[in-house]
Design a protein around this ligand. Sequence first.
Ligand SMILES: Cc1cc2nc3c(=O)[nH]c(=O)nc-3n(C[C@H](O)[C@H](O)[C@H](O)COP(=O)(O)OP(=O)(O)OC[C@H]3O[C@@H](n4cnc5c(N)ncnc54)[C@H](O)[C@@H]3O)c2cc1C
Length: 453
Amino acid sequence: MSSKNISLVGAGLVGSLLSMYLAKRGHKVTIFERRSDMRKAGYVGGRSINLALSHRGFNGLRAIGLEEDIRKVGIPMYGRVIHQISGEIQYQAYGKEDEAIFSVSRGGLNKRLMELADMHPNINIQFDERCYDVDLDTATCHFENMLTHEKHEVKSDVVISADGAFSAARLAMQTKSDRFEYSQKYLDQGYKELTIPAGPNSEYLLEKNALHIWPRHNYMLIALPNLDGTFTCTLFFPFEGEVSFASLKTEAQVRNFLTTQFPDVVKLSPNVVQEYMANPNGALVTVKCFPWVYSDKLALLGDAAHAIVPFFGQGMNAGFEDCFEFGNLMEKHGDNWVELLNEFQHIRKANGDAIADMAVENFIEMRDKVADPKFLLRKKIEAKLNKLYPENYVSKYSLVSFSTKPYRYALEMGFRQDALFEKVLAIPSIETNWNSEETLPQLEALLKEYKFL
Ligand SMILES: Cc1cc2nc3c(=O)[nH]c(=O)nc-3n(C[C@H](O)[C@H](O)[C@H](O)COP(=O)(O)OP(=O)(O)OC[C@H]3O[C@@H](n4cnc5c(N)ncnc54)[C@H](O)[C@@H]3O)c2cc1C
């Protein structure tokens, strides 16, 4: 395999990981990152402080030997804890006993990936370099140095763009290539981060090994644990409307709202109102586009190709899976980059669209359905079916979070599972009889009807 000179734009989570996949196969990679080196300057957020890393993400990290390292610094979350407004608490396991998604620090993970990339002799990272344009036919990137504002260009064999949801290379594709399809859709809900502090001796004030949800129909609060005993909460909330970011203007209004809707959080977090006033509101966007590649010259990866909303906790996981697939295809196609890039986009595009749609749908599940008795009953029956038929019945959530089956497959299975459960939940007295011997033949008949058996 001949070595290529590759310009990789963006040293975020996906760019840093991908650089190692490329370098491992002998390519020379220069990463250009708009920000200063976060290992020196500190992590400047703008996005969530912690992230849920699951099976696909670990699979991407495994190939470069980082899986165990990150597992050690991640906090396993084995299920959801639902906090009702009454103070009542329910627990729902995510999967089987040992299945967990992991809360990891975004900054910590990104720094670790950068550190490893930096140690590789084939990788060079240049910071404070903002890409503002790309010539597609010549694989030439145009950069502005963020400190000196000097401009320069770099020609390489291939440009890989991992520069996030507002990608400069994608914009170049959109404006300079024919028939480029592009859509961006914002939710009318945004997000704001808040904190639940640690107790004495860094003690966790809520169950540590769980993702906490306060579902409130039109909005919700979630919390993920951090290593220092704190929880980072995210309030997903309408931008406009009667109860919204726009309507809560004063500290008194915010205090009244939080105390009424999330009284337990206010008790645990004395500064939550001040935090609400001080912290910015973030927007949530889904970006879909096609093509993702240009001849053998350019490829979009990660959020640059498929930015999704965070309700399935899959954006980074999907990006790490892009890297994994890219690695396999480099192996398969060797020097034929036209085929490599083409097959990459055809495999990944359908899956990117599928997880984008499932992520939007999961918002409704998290904010509305998790507290619904029918949903809870479905989860119990699904766990039972999975135990009885582990090969035949795997819930959509498990397919997404605990497997590497294509997202497209999980989406299709999800439709069939919804149709199945319309009938299952309509069985008379299912609420009381779901676990009985007498009900099993009915469940099995339905599993056969919907082709799970
Ligand atoms: C609130 C929230 C919660 C989330 N939670 C989860 C979760 O739990 N699990 C999960 O899997 N995903 C989650 N995500 C999604 C996840 O953050 C993204 O999918 C992931 O960060 C994508 O990585 P990336 O490297 O493609 O893009 P980014 O992380 O955006 O990195 C892009 C990099 O490119 C640099 N850059 C941008 N433009 C340029 C330019 N013009 N020139 C040079 N450099 C540039 C940026 O500075 C950055 O370093 C969440 C997202 C949000 C908003």
